[in-house]
Design a protein around this ligand. Structure first.
Ligand code: UDP
Length: 239
């Protein structure tokens, strides 16, 4: 639901994997396509905040299994997210959309530091704000940051994009042909059914603060624009 006194404002979470187009690094063609879809919604007046993951570069937990110290590996993961942010900013600006990157770890030559009130001003002016470097803290995930930033930016909802599925299912639809897709769920139902929708911290932030979420597949043509606009193309999860 959009607050009646202002335009729709949403937080879009994208995982880093998508940016890599299946491999390590950034696939510019993929990012360009994503940017074009975001730009279309911004031109319609939707205020868009974005959190991008970094799984296409490093995941702290994976590096840990290969012998690295977890916290250092997590910082590498956070730095990876920033490269994705810059790539997305590049293609959004190529589309003519003013974009600011704000990072939770200061690196003022490449991005603004995270300043919540400034970020809100950017959104009000129609600029896209991309949040990088996660929470700036090891042991967190970008899913949790997505929920936190959405709350702090007073977004109407979190849009969790998925590349492998188009919503929440009763079981893994790639393994179980009887898996059913849900149109609508409450966070309580998802917990009772033990459905993994987002990481537990993200989930509890949304549940406790009444922030609704749409889980949708980003692969279908135009899906990102539709989601940003408010079309119900995925599973809606509410408190
Ligand atoms: N990360 C972190 N703190 C944060 C956000 C991310 O330590 O607040 C690290 C963590 O190592 C994580 C990596 O950055 O594995 C990439 O983020 P994430 O796994 O959330 O990206 P995604 O899977 O969405 O691409």
């Amino acid at each position: 639901p959009t607050a009646p006194d202002r335009p729709r404002r949403v937080l879009l979470k994208m995982s880093g994997e998508v940016f890599g187009g299946g491999s390590v690094g950034v696939d510019p063609g993929v990012v360009k396509g994503i940017a074009a879809q975001i730009a279309a919604a911004v031109r319609e007046g939707v205020q868009v905040a974005i959190v991008v993951g970094g799984g296409n570069f490093f995941r702290g937990a994976e590096l840990q299994t290969q012998g690295m110290e977890r916290t250092r590996a997590d910082y590498m993961g956070m730095l990876g997210t920033v490269m994705n942010c810059l790539a997305l900013q590049n293609f959004l600006e190529a589309e003519g959309v003013d974009t600011r990157v704000q990072t939770a770890i200061e690196m003022t030559q490449v991005a603004e530091p995270y300043i919540p009130r400034k970020a809100i001003r950017h959104l009000e002016k129609g600029r896209v704000v991309i949040f990088g470097a996660g929470a700036g803290m090891p042991f967190f995930t970008t899913d949790t940051v997505a929920a936190q930033r959405a709350l702090e930016m007073k977004c109407d909802e979190v849009l969790m994009s998925k590349s492998g599925v188009d919503g929440v299912y009763s079981a893994d639809p790639h393994k179980d042909p009887t898996a059913e897709r849900y149109e609508h769920l409450t966070f309580g139902e998802a917990l009772a059914k033990q459905l993994r929708i987002a990481d537990a911290a993200a989930f509890s932030l949304c549940m406790e603060n009444g922030l609704s979420m749409m889980v949708f597949g980003m692969q279908a043509e135009g899906a990102i624009t539709q989601a940003l606009r408010g079309e119900r193309i995925g599973t809606i999860v509410t408190a």
